[in-house]
Design a protein. Structure first.
Length: 250
Protein backbone atom coordinates (compact mmCIF):
# COMPACT_ATOMS: atom_id res chain seq x y z
CA UNK A 1 0.00 0.00 0.00
CA UNK A 2 1.32 3.44 -0.93
CA UNK A 3 2.33 5.50 2.10
CA UNK A 4 0.89 8.91 2.82
CA UNK A 5 2.78 11.89 1.46
CA UNK A 6 2.83 15.56 0.53
CA UNK A 7 5.04 16.31 -2.47
CA UNK A 8 5.69 19.32 -4.68
CA UNK A 9 6.84 19.56 -8.27
CA UNK A 10 7.60 22.67 -10.31
CA UNK A 11 7.42 23.02 -14.08
CA UNK A 12 7.38 26.25 -16.09
CA UNK A 13 6.63 28.47 -13.06
CA UNK A 14 3.71 26.24 -12.03
CA UNK A 15 4.13 24.48 -8.68
CA UNK A 16 1.93 21.46 -8.04
CA UNK A 17 1.31 20.41 -4.44
CA UNK A 18 -0.05 16.87 -4.11
CA UNK A 19 -1.21 15.09 -0.95
CA UNK A 20 -2.14 11.46 -0.51
CA UNK A 21 -3.33 9.11 2.20
CA UNK A 22 -4.31 5.47 1.62
CA UNK A 23 -7.51 5.99 3.64
CA UNK A 24 -9.35 7.86 0.86
CA UNK A 25 -7.02 10.86 1.16
CA UNK A 26 -8.13 11.60 4.70
CA UNK A 27 -6.02 14.17 6.49
CA UNK A 28 -4.22 13.33 9.74
CA UNK A 29 -2.40 16.05 11.63
CA UNK A 30 1.04 15.45 10.16
CA UNK A 31 -0.25 15.69 6.58
CA UNK A 32 -2.12 18.90 7.43
CA UNK A 33 1.10 20.37 8.86
CA UNK A 34 3.09 19.43 5.77
CA UNK A 35 0.37 20.77 3.49
CA UNK A 36 0.24 24.16 5.24
CA UNK A 37 4.04 24.43 5.04
CA UNK A 38 4.13 23.44 1.35
CA UNK A 39 1.55 26.11 0.50
CA UNK A 40 3.45 28.75 2.48
CA UNK A 41 6.74 27.79 0.82
CA UNK A 42 5.19 27.91 -2.66
CA UNK A 43 3.78 31.34 -1.92
CA UNK A 44 7.25 32.57 -0.94
CA UNK A 45 8.96 31.05 -3.99
CA UNK A 46 9.77 33.79 -6.50
CA UNK A 47 10.12 31.21 -9.27
CA UNK A 48 6.49 30.13 -8.83
CA UNK A 49 3.67 32.11 -10.42
CA UNK A 50 0.73 29.71 -10.01
CA UNK A 51 -0.03 26.83 -7.64
CA UNK A 52 -2.08 23.71 -8.37
CA UNK A 53 -3.43 21.79 -5.36
CA UNK A 54 -4.35 18.18 -6.00
CA UNK A 55 -4.58 14.79 -4.31
CA UNK A 56 -3.27 11.42 -5.40
CA UNK A 57 -5.41 8.55 -6.60
CA UNK A 58 -8.42 8.55 -8.85
CA UNK A 59 -11.62 8.19 -6.86
CA UNK A 60 -11.57 10.52 -3.86
CA UNK A 61 -10.19 14.05 -3.63
CA UNK A 62 -10.34 14.12 0.16
CA UNK A 63 -12.28 12.24 2.82
CA UNK A 64 -11.75 15.01 5.37
CA UNK A 65 -10.50 14.48 8.91
CA UNK A 66 -8.72 11.27 9.86
CA UNK A 67 -11.25 9.17 11.79
CA UNK A 68 -8.37 7.24 13.33
CA UNK A 69 -7.07 10.44 14.92
CA UNK A 70 -10.56 11.68 15.84
CA UNK A 71 -11.24 8.46 17.72
CA UNK A 72 -7.96 8.88 19.62
CA UNK A 73 -8.82 12.39 20.90
CA UNK A 74 -9.30 12.18 24.67
CA UNK A 75 -9.08 15.81 25.82
CA UNK A 76 -10.20 19.19 24.54
CA UNK A 77 -6.68 20.51 23.92
CA UNK A 78 -5.77 17.56 21.70
CA UNK A 79 -9.01 18.03 19.81
CA UNK A 80 -8.33 21.73 19.37
CA UNK A 81 -4.83 21.02 18.06
CA UNK A 82 -6.16 18.47 15.57
CA UNK A 83 -8.84 20.77 14.14
CA UNK A 84 -6.34 23.64 14.10
CA UNK A 85 -4.56 21.66 11.37
CA UNK A 86 -7.37 22.50 8.98
CA UNK A 87 -7.31 26.12 10.17
CA UNK A 88 -3.59 26.31 9.38
CA UNK A 89 -4.08 24.96 5.84
CA UNK A 90 -6.96 27.30 5.05
CA UNK A 91 -5.11 30.31 6.45
CA UNK A 92 -1.98 29.38 4.48
CA UNK A 93 -4.12 29.28 1.32
CA UNK A 94 -5.74 32.62 2.22
CA UNK A 95 -2.41 34.37 2.83
CA UNK A 96 -0.59 32.84 -0.13
CA UNK A 97 0.07 35.65 -2.67
CA UNK A 98 -0.27 33.25 -5.63
CA UNK A 99 -3.49 31.99 -7.16
CA UNK A 100 -4.20 28.42 -6.05
CA UNK A 101 -6.03 26.25 -8.58
CA UNK A 102 -7.94 23.30 -7.16
CA UNK A 103 -8.06 19.91 -8.92
CA UNK A 104 -10.94 17.82 -7.56
CA UNK A 105 -11.03 14.47 -9.34
CA UNK A 106 -13.57 12.68 -7.14
CA UNK A 107 -15.75 12.84 -4.05
CA UNK A 108 -14.79 15.23 -1.31
CA UNK A 109 -16.13 15.21 2.23
CA UNK A 110 -16.00 17.45 5.30
CA UNK A 111 -12.63 19.15 5.63
CA UNK A 112 -11.94 18.34 1.99
CA UNK A 113 -14.82 20.61 0.98
CA UNK A 114 -13.20 23.34 3.07
CA UNK A 115 -9.87 22.94 1.30
CA UNK A 116 -11.53 22.96 -2.13
CA UNK A 117 -13.41 26.10 -1.08
CA UNK A 118 -10.19 27.84 -0.08
CA UNK A 119 -8.72 27.49 -3.57
CA UNK A 120 -9.01 30.56 -5.77
CA UNK A 121 -10.31 28.75 -8.85
CA UNK A 122 -11.47 25.16 -8.66
CA UNK A 123 -11.69 22.53 -11.39
CA UNK A 124 -13.62 19.28 -10.96
CA UNK A 125 -14.85 16.20 -12.78
CA UNK A 126 -18.41 14.92 -12.98
CA UNK A 127 -17.48 12.46 -10.23
CA UNK A 128 -16.63 15.20 -7.71
CA UNK A 129 -19.69 15.12 -5.46
CA UNK A 130 -19.40 17.02 -2.17
CA UNK A 131 -20.71 16.40 1.34
CA UNK A 132 -20.36 18.25 4.65
CA UNK A 133 -20.75 15.22 6.89
CA UNK A 134 -19.65 16.66 10.24
CA UNK A 135 -23.12 16.79 11.80
CA UNK A 136 -23.40 13.05 11.17
CA UNK A 137 -20.77 12.36 13.82
CA UNK A 138 -21.97 14.96 16.30
CA UNK A 139 -19.76 17.91 15.46
CA UNK A 140 -20.15 20.55 12.74
CA UNK A 141 -18.17 22.23 9.96
CA UNK A 142 -16.96 24.95 12.30
CA UNK A 143 -13.39 25.39 11.06
CA UNK A 144 -14.09 24.97 7.35
CA UNK A 145 -17.44 26.75 7.51
CA UNK A 146 -16.11 30.27 6.79
CA UNK A 147 -14.25 29.05 3.69
CA UNK A 148 -17.27 27.11 2.42
CA UNK A 149 -19.59 30.04 3.13
CA UNK A 150 -17.26 32.39 1.25
CA UNK A 151 -17.78 30.29 -1.90
CA UNK A 152 -21.33 28.94 -1.53
CA UNK A 153 -22.87 31.80 0.46
CA UNK A 154 -24.60 31.27 3.78
CA UNK A 155 -27.62 29.61 2.15
CA UNK A 156 -25.59 27.03 0.24
CA UNK A 157 -23.27 26.30 3.14
CA UNK A 158 -26.19 25.94 5.55
CA UNK A 159 -27.98 23.60 3.17
CA UNK A 160 -25.15 21.09 2.86
CA UNK A 161 -24.15 21.45 6.53
CA UNK A 162 -27.65 20.59 7.78
CA UNK A 163 -28.31 17.92 5.14
CA UNK A 164 -25.17 16.14 6.32
CA UNK A 165 -25.99 12.71 4.91
CA UNK A 166 -26.35 13.67 1.26
CA UNK A 167 -23.79 14.09 -1.48
CA UNK A 168 -24.41 17.14 -3.64
CA UNK A 169 -23.59 16.89 -7.33
CA UNK A 170 -20.65 18.64 -8.98
CA UNK A 171 -23.19 20.59 -11.05
CA UNK A 172 -24.82 21.86 -7.84
CA UNK A 173 -21.37 22.88 -6.60
CA UNK A 174 -20.72 24.69 -9.89
CA UNK A 175 -24.11 26.40 -9.90
CA UNK A 176 -23.49 27.63 -6.36
CA UNK A 177 -19.98 28.93 -6.95
CA UNK A 178 -17.59 26.30 -5.59
CA UNK A 179 -16.47 24.77 -8.88
CA UNK A 180 -15.56 26.98 -11.83
CA UNK A 181 -15.38 24.14 -14.36
CA UNK A 182 -16.72 20.57 -14.39
CA UNK A 183 -15.25 18.07 -16.87
CA UNK A 184 -16.35 14.67 -18.17
CA UNK A 185 -13.01 13.03 -17.35
CA UNK A 186 -9.85 13.55 -15.33
CA UNK A 187 -7.84 13.74 -18.55
CA UNK A 188 -9.97 16.60 -19.87
CA UNK A 189 -9.76 18.37 -16.51
CA UNK A 190 -5.97 18.06 -16.40
CA UNK A 191 -5.68 19.48 -19.90
CA UNK A 192 -7.95 22.37 -18.88
CA UNK A 193 -5.95 23.10 -15.72
CA UNK A 194 -2.64 22.99 -17.60
CA UNK A 195 -3.82 25.47 -20.24
CA UNK A 196 -5.40 27.73 -17.60
CA UNK A 197 -2.29 27.74 -15.38
CA UNK A 198 0.03 28.38 -18.31
CA UNK A 199 -2.09 31.35 -19.34
CA UNK A 200 -2.01 32.77 -15.80
CA UNK A 201 1.79 32.60 -15.94
CA UNK A 202 1.73 35.21 -18.70
CA UNK A 203 0.08 37.75 -16.39
CA UNK A 204 1.69 40.27 -14.04
CA UNK A 205 2.37 38.46 -10.73
CA UNK A 206 2.05 41.73 -8.79
CA UNK A 207 -1.40 42.29 -10.27
CA UNK A 208 -2.44 38.74 -9.36
CA UNK A 209 -1.17 39.18 -5.81
CA UNK A 210 -3.16 42.40 -5.40
CA UNK A 211 -6.24 40.73 -6.86
CA UNK A 212 -5.89 37.88 -4.40
CA UNK A 213 -5.80 40.35 -1.51
CA UNK A 214 -8.96 41.93 -2.89
CA UNK A 215 -10.77 38.59 -3.23
CA UNK A 216 -10.02 37.71 0.40
CA UNK A 217 -10.95 41.11 1.86
CA UNK A 218 -12.98 40.70 5.04
CA UNK A 219 -11.26 37.46 6.08
CA UNK A 220 -8.40 39.09 7.98
CA UNK A 221 -9.81 37.89 11.31
CA UNK A 222 -9.54 34.22 10.34
CA UNK A 223 -6.26 33.80 12.24
CA UNK A 224 -8.38 34.14 15.37
CA UNK A 225 -11.78 32.97 14.11
CA UNK A 226 -10.74 29.57 12.79
CA UNK A 227 -8.88 28.69 15.97
CA UNK A 228 -11.90 29.69 18.06
CA UNK A 229 -13.91 27.35 15.85
CA UNK A 230 -11.31 24.60 16.36
CA UNK A 231 -11.96 24.83 20.10
CA UNK A 232 -15.67 24.19 19.49
CA UNK A 233 -14.94 21.10 17.40
CA UNK A 234 -12.34 19.96 19.92
CA UNK A 235 -14.94 20.13 22.67
CA UNK A 236 -17.74 18.47 20.71
CA UNK A 237 -15.58 15.56 19.57
CA UNK A 238 -15.39 14.55 23.25
CA UNK A 239 -19.18 14.39 23.63
CA UNK A 240 -20.76 11.05 24.42
CA UNK A 241 -22.78 11.30 21.21
CA UNK A 242 -19.67 11.71 19.05
CA UNK A 243 -17.63 9.08 20.89
CA UNK A 244 -20.41 6.51 20.44
CA UNK A 245 -20.82 7.44 16.76
CA UNK A 246 -17.10 7.22 16.05
CA UNK A 247 -16.96 3.69 17.52
CA UNK A 248 -18.83 2.52 14.45
CA UNK A 249 -15.91 3.67 12.31
CA UNK A 250 -13.21 2.18 14.51
Amino acid sequence: MTKEYVKTTTENQIQTIEFFHPAHNSLPGDILTQLAQAITDAGNDDATKVIILKSGGERTFCAGASFKELIAVNDAKTGEIFFSGFANVINAMRKCPKFILGRVQGKTVGGGVGIASATDYCFATKFASIKLSELNIGIGPFVVGPAVERKLGLTGMSQIAINANEFYTPQWAKDNGLFAEVYESTEEMDAGIKAFAENLCTYNPDAMAEMKKMFWTGCENWDQLLFERAKISGRLVLSEFTKETLKRFA
